[in-house]
Design a binder for this molecule. Structure first.
Ligand code: SF4
Ligand code: SF4
Length: 439
């Protein structure tokens, strides 16, 4: 085997091995999803303040038009993904919370063919960051951190390494894998752009060993690039967590309450790096992304390039579902969010839409939990050495303030604890409530 002899890295503490289910879509090439007749575009698809609406009901907008202006440093611009008429600017239910959103009905011409390509090498760091900011790029692995802000760490933080996250450790998801397989050169160019902005010499691209073809493709492509290294990683969830990735590749420990820049590292996801290239070379706003649509009840599982704002109901119409739907999850099954309405739209951070039958939904339903039996399985599984059992007991009693004493804020919400819990306790739900209510 070409990979025998390579050092396979991983993090040491905790972790689990859920069934992968990647076979449903890993050989499905990226295809363009049909243009929807209507989009619902939330003005908050990122961490930080909601963007300010720049349009009102009745306005005509063009594709790529700025419709939400970033509000402050930690915020992101939002653009229209289709040309059309604004039929409403309204609080809409996104996943399971309300966000101010722009509803646009398709009308008029597309500009997709009109984008001109620039050379990025002559651009100064400030100009590159301006284009990333202007295009509304945010972390596309799910966190939604504004990328221009992430790539501008405080001056006292000396960054020496860029880690590119090609792990995609969540079951079912293969959208990053397909990007790596089909857009290898573009991703390498995106990595070089981010490397230039950060001024770092060294880049590591972490890929789990269940994506051997992608590892080989990048190894072959990067033979002449002495400062960009491909690192094969053991298949273990949550290998793609920023702190776990840093630990696995660099053996550095991000301190409690700290961020990767505290240990000299910036982590960027594959899809984000790809979007950065499009923003810098073509000045293209982030208005579409690759989404894995999968599930045993889905007729046309695949990896679709879908416009932001396309609703789950449009996706259902296109891919076909057989039998009643028990649950819809946006993201992966471990960290994704249970969608409460089929009018929920695809957002910049939507890596997957998963459909489960009623029977499957029951097996991942944590609403009928039992008391903690103190088996300690969750403690063994927790990748950040927390005591999920105690957090669950305090959460159940609604002692949100007391949860802080058990390092509540260090929980990365990976779901490993609930995954192994024989009492099926919804530990992450309590942690999320604790974070919100004890703040
Ligand atoms: S969700 Fe939080 S408490 Fe549970 S295993 Fe992950 S980090 Fe630990
Ligand atoms: S795994 Fe579940 S039952 Fe076991 S200690 Fe943790 S919370 Fe309690």
């Amino acid at each position: 085997m070409w990979y025998s002899g390579l050092k396979i890295k991983t993090f040491r503490t905790g972790g689990v091995h859920p069934h992968e289910y990647k076979g449903l879509t890993e050989e499905c090439s990226i295809i363009n999803f049909p243009v929807p007749q209507k989009v619902i575009i939330p003005l908050s698809q990122h961490i930080g303040k909601t963007a300010k609406a720049l349009v009102k009901k009745g306005d005509m907008v063009s594709e790529y038009q700025l419709i939400g202006q970033k509000d402050g440093k930690i915020s992101a611009n939002v653009h229209s993904s289709i040309p059309g008429k604004v039929v409403d600017v309204v609080m809409a239910c996104i996943l399971n919370y309300q966000v101010l959103s722009v509803v646009i009905q398709l009308e008029g011409e597309f500009k997709t063919g009109n984008l001109k390509k620039d050379e990025w090498e002559p651009l100064k760091k400030e100009e590159i960051l301006k284009r990333i900011e202007s295009a509304g790029i945010v972390g596309m692995g799910g966190a939604g951190f504004p990328t221009d802000f992430k790539l501008s760490p405080p001056p006292d933080k000396k960054i020496d390494t860029l880690l590119v996250n090609g792990v995609e450790c969540e079951p079912y998801l293969t959208s990053d894998y397909r990007l790596m397989m089909e857009k290898t050169d573009e991703i390498v160019e995106g990595i070089k752009i981010v490397k230039k902005v950060l001024g770092v010499r060294t880049v590591f691209l972490g890929i789990e060993l269940n994506k051997k073809k992608a590892i080989k493709k990048f190894k072959d492509r990067l033979t002449s690039e002495s400062n960009i290294h491909v690192v094969p990683l053991k298949v273990k969830y949550p290998q793609g967590g920023e702190k776990q990735l840093i630990k696995a590749i660099l053996k550095r420990q991000v301190p409690s309450g700290g961020l990767p820049f505290d240990v000299g590292v910036i982590v960027s996801n594959i899809a984000t790096v790809y979007a950065v290239r499009e923003a810098v070379l073509f000045q293209k706003p982030l208005t579409e992304r690759v989404v894995t649509v999968a599930g045993t009840i889905v007729e046309k599982c695949g990896n679709y390039k879908i416009r932001v704002g396309t609703t789950v109901s449009e996706v259902i119409k296109e891919v076909g579902i057989h039998g009643p739907i028990g649950k819809v999850i946006m993201g992966g099954p471990m960290m994704g969010i249970n969608v409460s309405t089929v009018e929920a739209p695809v957002m910049k951070g939507t890596s997957g839409i998963l459909f489960f039958s009623e029977k499957e939904a029951r097996s991942i339903d944590y609403s009928f939990y039992k008391p903690c039996i103190h088996c300690s399985k969750c403690l063994e599984a927790c990748p950040v050495n927390l005591n999920p059992s105690m957090l669950s007991i305090l959460g159940e009693m609604e002692k949100w303030e007391d949860m802080k004493g058990y390092h509540l804020q260090d929980c990365i919400e990976c779901g490993c604890c609930s995954f192994v819990c024989p009492s099926r306790r919804p530990i992450v739900g309590w942690v999320k409530a604790g974070k919100a209510l004890s703040a």
